[in-house]
Design a protein around this ligand. Structure first.
Ligand SMILES: Nc1ncnc2c1ncn2[C@@H]1O[C@H](COP(=O)(O)OP(=O)(O)O)[C@@H](O)[C@H]1O
Ligand SMILES: [Mg+2]
Length: 339
């Protein structure tokens, strides 16, 4: 598909933004291509009075595998950003600026400097209790507020084909095909996810999509947001904390404790949802499913060395034979599988 504007041609982008009236004709603007994401081009444009980040969805993802996805998902991300502005605490999102669906563009306010990506901080072994608590509370708040949406707000996020294309297929189906012993486990989890009680699910709730500015967490990257099973987000997020417990031996205990703290702070915000039958046990199963998928799925965690990959794979395969029903048990059992 030909796209008439490539935002990484930054002069063209600046002209485009001027044309939209977002910068004045004589504003001096500087553009920086931001790295880190794989499914979008992302460019920061700084003018004299404002800074905007523009994302452009890619049809072919920047990963080793030949992985394609519908770039119209940028519309879902724009919708998600505007929806989350009503659900999440003030200051935890980047305010929406504009959308251009035919060009697959989304513009939002830039997070001011100084800020840091939380994944980078975590990989240095720095796991602040306050950040972990915010991470859990933010997810709990989104899930709880999401249960209060009316029909009209839910309808636009009901379709799950972006989630299917970017999560269920590449993580769950792909991993199941590589691990016949886990195929039934994944098949059952996918069925249960379909039948689960629903709310707003972010779908990419990862430290990589969190920036920290002045001690506050800011959530990015909402392209797979949908109305579905909230325990997916829990499993996806816990996998990031537990994988770092695997990777970072010196701070392993801190990451295991942080995993539990994340869950406890989630519970303080998530409301009655968590009392639903099978909620916590499904969260455990999603965690195991993601722990294995981040080894054998289409998007493996790049920081795990081959030994750590083996440890994580064996731990997940062992635990999914008889999954714990409670998150603290899961964390303890996963911890006891680490060398
Ligand atoms: N509003 C923003 N302000 C500052 N930096 C941002 C903003 N949005 C994205 N970024 C930077 O760009 C990177 C990629 O953005 P992200 O939305 O995660 O894209 P992708 O969907 O490709 O993963 C982020 O990790 C972050 O470093
Ligand atoms: Mg991202």
């Amino acid at each position: 598909m030909t796209v008439p504007l490539d935002i990484e041609q930054t002069h063209d982008l600046i002209d485009y933004l001027r044309g939209r009236g977002l910068f004045a004709k004589d504003d001096v603007c500087a553009a920086v291509i931001l790295r880190g994401g794989v499914s979008n081009k992302t460019v920061l444009v700084q003018g004299p009075s404002r800074s905007i980040v523009v994302k452009q969805a890619l049809e072919k993802l920047r990963v080793a595998a030949d992985w394609h996805a519908d770039p119209a998902r940028i519309e879902r991300e724009a919708l998600g950003l505007r929806l989350l502005e009503h659900l999440a605490p003030p200051g935890s999102l980047t305010p929406f600026v504009f959308e251009d669906a035919p060009l697959f563009l989304l513009g939002m306010e830039a997070v001011p400097d100084p800020h840091e990506n939380w994944k980078t901080v975590l990989l240095r072994g720095e796991i602040a209790e306050d950040a972990t608590i915010q991470f859990g509370a933010l997810l709990g708040r989104i899930h709880f507020q999401g249960t209060k949406l009316d029909e009209a707000a839910i309808r636009p996020i009901q379709d799950r084909h972006f989630f299917q294309e970017l999560r269920v297929d590449p993580y769950y189906h792909f991993t199941a095909r590589k691990n016949p012993a886990a195929a039934d486990f994944y098949a059952q989890l996918i069925r249960d996810m379909e039948a689960a009680p629903r709310t707003v699910v972010h779908g990419d709730f990862s430290p990589k999509n969190i920036l920290i500015h002045q001690g506050r967490l800011i959530l990015l990257d909402h392209e797979v947001i949908h109305y579905g099973d909230p325990t997916f987000d829990l499993g996806f997020a816990l996998t990031h904390l537990l994988s770092k417990a695997n990777h970072l031996r010196l701070t392993r205990q801190l990451f295991l404790q942080a995993s539990e703290k994340f869950w406890q702070s989630y519970l303080t915000e998530a409301g009655p949802l968590t009392g639903e039958r099978d909620f916590e046990s499904r969260a455990c199963r999603h965690t195991l499913a993601c722990l294995l998928a981040r080894i054998d799925g289409r998007s493996p965690l790049e920081y795990l060395n081959p030994d750590e990959q083996v440890v994580q794979k064996l731990a997940a395969l062992e635990l999914l034979r008889n999954p714990p029903a409670h998150i603290p048990d899961l964390i303890r059992e996963f911890g006891s599988c680490l060398p």
